[in-house]
Design a protein around this ligand. Structure first.
Ligand code: NAI
Ligand code: MG
Length: 334
């Protein structure tokens, strides 16, 4: 039977870049059946809610979802759909690899870093959000559990071994956030002991930002809590040419959601300007998850050729073309 994939096309640039990825997946003979589902603003219009039951059912049923970015309206009353999905399906590991391609406007070459972000706890736990009646005081609860920390740290080390990586850096702020980051660091040191074959290091998050900009080649795998992982992974994307180059896999026990790290990019939406690389790389992560390494390798090779030759690349990469030309260049090479 054919592998069924749930597809959420998303808002803003979402539909354009998702369609690009689907054409590429079909071209390499993946032979998937797609179940399209609504979430976000589109779902609010069509079903009267941001995250309809139908969509949740499809995510659970097919177990593998490819998702475009969703706009989360800023302000009170809206829980982020992404945060909801990650919590609901316990997608505890968020893998955000960045890899250099030659011939882009990126500041560095030979960057190859994976951020492993804890995806369900920390400052994004959504717990204890209170605003005082007069609106002058706001608070929220950051939750770190030993089980949650151990789960993500173990994931990072196991991934490092599986992918032939050498070093894991645990990033924290235990000097100030003594209870929460303190617990994360304590567990990080314990887990590190179990993996003598991997070099373990630890770094305070503000220093880590500086080190990433000054000397990024010292990093291999970064493992960290939710908020730090969100911020550091965008920083890492900046090292390799921007958010258009950054995919993310949200992995849980039973299901996985593959997406771009970036948002719906309202500034370039509807203009055929978006770089689809982020979602193409997310599709490669999805194929690897499904043990379809041959197809993943074909797409990766074509992507490298298109980007490094500058054949019809998008403006963020230094080219002059749009999403559709870029996709066409990929399809021709495949
Ligand atoms: P953004 O990531 O949408 O855009 C930031 C900058 O990067 C913009 O200048 C944009 O043009 C550029 N950019 C992003 N993706 C690009 C691509 N593929 N090609 C070329 N340039 C690209 O961040 P922003 O503007 O802060 O957020 C917009 C909306 O997206 C918000 O509603 C936010 O909540 C949502 N968001 C959703 C995410 C998701 O669904 N996973 C993740 C992050 C933000
Ligand atoms: Mg983010």
């Amino acid at each position: 039977t054919k592998q069924r994939i749930t597809v959420i096309r998303g808002d803003g640039i979402g539909p354009d870049i998702i369609d690009s990825a689907l054409q590429i997946l079909d071209k390499v003979g993946c032979d998937f059946e797609y179940d399209f589902a609504d979430a976000g603003l589109v779902a609010l219009e069509n079903h009267g809610e941001l995250l309809p039951e139908e969509t949740l059912d499809l995510i659970a049923k097919n177990k593998v979802t490819l998702k475009g970015p969703l706009t989360t309206p800023v302000g009170e009353g809206f829980t982020s759909i992404n945060v909801s999905l990650r919590k609901k399906f316990q997608l505890y590991a968020n893998l955000r690899p960045v890899l250099s391609f030659k011939g882009t406007k990126a500041r560095y070459e030979n960057i190859d870093i994976v951020t492993v972000r804890e995806n369900t706890e920390g400052m994004y736990s959504g717990l204890g959000q209170v605003v005082s009646e007069d609106g002058n005081e706001a608070e929220a609860k950051s939750l770190i559990t030993r089980a949650g920390a151990e789960r993500i740290l173990t994931y990072a080390y196991e991934m490092a071994i599986r992918d032939g990586r050498k070093k894991v850096t645990a990033v924290h702020k235990a000097n100030i956030l003594k209870s929460t980051s303190g617990l994360f660091l304590k567990v990080a040191r314990e887990v590190a002991q179990r993996y003598p074959q991997i070099e373990s290091s630890e770094m305070i998050v503000d220093n880590c930002c500086m080190q990433l900009v000054m000397n990024p080649h010292q990093f291999d795998v970064i493992v960290t809590t939710n908020l730090f992982g969100d911020i550091l992974s965008d920083l890492c994307a900046g090292l390799v040419g921007g958010l258009g180059m950054a995919p993310g896999a949200n992995i849980g026990q039973d299901c996985a959601i593959f997406e771009a790290v970036h948002g719906s990019a309202p500034d370039i939406a509807g203009k055929n300007l978006a770089n689809p690389t982020s979602v193409i790389l997310a599709s490669i992560q999805m194929l690897e998850y499904l043990n379809m390494g041959d197809q993943a390798e074909k797409i990766r090779y074509a992507l490298k050729q298109v980007i490094e030759s500058g054949d019809r690349t998008t403006r963020d990469l230094g080219g002059e073309h749009g999403t559709s030309d870029f996709t066409q260049a990929m399809l021709e090479r495949l």
